[in-house]
Design a protein around this ligand. Sequence first.
Ligand SMILES: *Cc1c(COP(=O)(O)O)cnc(C)c1O
Length: 377
Amino acid sequence: MIEELEALQAKGLYRRLRTLSKGRGARAVWEGKEILLFCGNDYLGLSQHPRVVEAAEKALRTHGVGAGAARLISGTSELHTELEKALASFKEKERALVFGAGYLANVGVLSALAGEKDLILMDKLSHASLIDGARISQAALRVFPHKNYEQCERILKKGAGFRRRILVSDTLFSMDGDLADLTELIRLKKKYDCLLVLDDAHGIGVFGRGGRGVTEGREAEIDVIVGTLSKAFGVFGGFAVSSHTLVERMIHFSRSFIFATASPPLLLAASLEALHLIQEAPGLRERLWQNVDRVKAFLTQIGFALETRSPILPLLIGEEKEAVEVSEALLEQGIFIPAIRYPSVPKGKARLRLTVSAAHTEEDLERLFSGLSGVFK
Ligand SMILES: *Cc1c(COP(=O)(O)O)cnc(C)c1O
């Protein structure tokens, strides 16, 4: 049993859980030392927003902690109904369905939409939960090279014999921070009459004038949009927005929906308040994008080529061991940007995945810049 773990160690792929005590904003304490986090997905700092915390506290007092049963038994509360209505209206789709996590939403959506007779086409860098959903669905899975829509079209042409074809992609890729070409994906969906499923986990709350994500304004042309309540919402959970019929399919055929206990009501109440903040407080998004622009400019100056304007800024290192060493050198200076390695990214493409939040202060950014200058001299 231990040999495979030892092999990971030899390749620089061994992982350790770091126990942190989280503090205010992006601060945390690790082994008695204060560190700054540049790695989370709490892009708007909503996990600590007083209104979100208060909503959770209030629901906790009224509803207790656990939901006590699955959604189809007694786990659906009025908070589910309210949150689902609000999410559907926010994303301008007929219906929304809340899942226990974004991971469960992706697994549930693909297994509800596809079966043995169907074909799923997926961008190679799509999130692991989409790949797992495709596997569970038992549909044929074909992967096209990252953002290579010509190759995708070739596979679509050959796949005419399948009952349904389902085109799947992330919108903002979580490890590279680059954007899918929605215009191309929508063109292919229309031309080949397939279903389009987009995972906007890192986009919703962050991108678009209204914070509606990378998919903002194109909702009508996309069959299913998956989002998470665990990132910009600052809470925990996942959801899908779609048509009435497809949401009904998810309720009937998604095993990750049917066979899992419903989310704790306090998380639903917190998510609802976070959604209100995403809709009414564009100031948070402005602050986030100002921080993104400052960090991106600094990284460009020290020699990192970054194409996309995004809160996910990968510093490509390459070799796994080197990425770990660089990350540890930064941690020595109180800057925490973990090394991301295989299997999260391909072998030999290890990187530091730097993320920026509205919760980062001016002083935090200054500390980041001085830490990076020290390491990448
Ligand atoms: C994080 C993530 C998920 C999973 O969401 P959770 O709520 O953390 O389970 C799904 N898709 C993408 C692209 C993600 O980055």
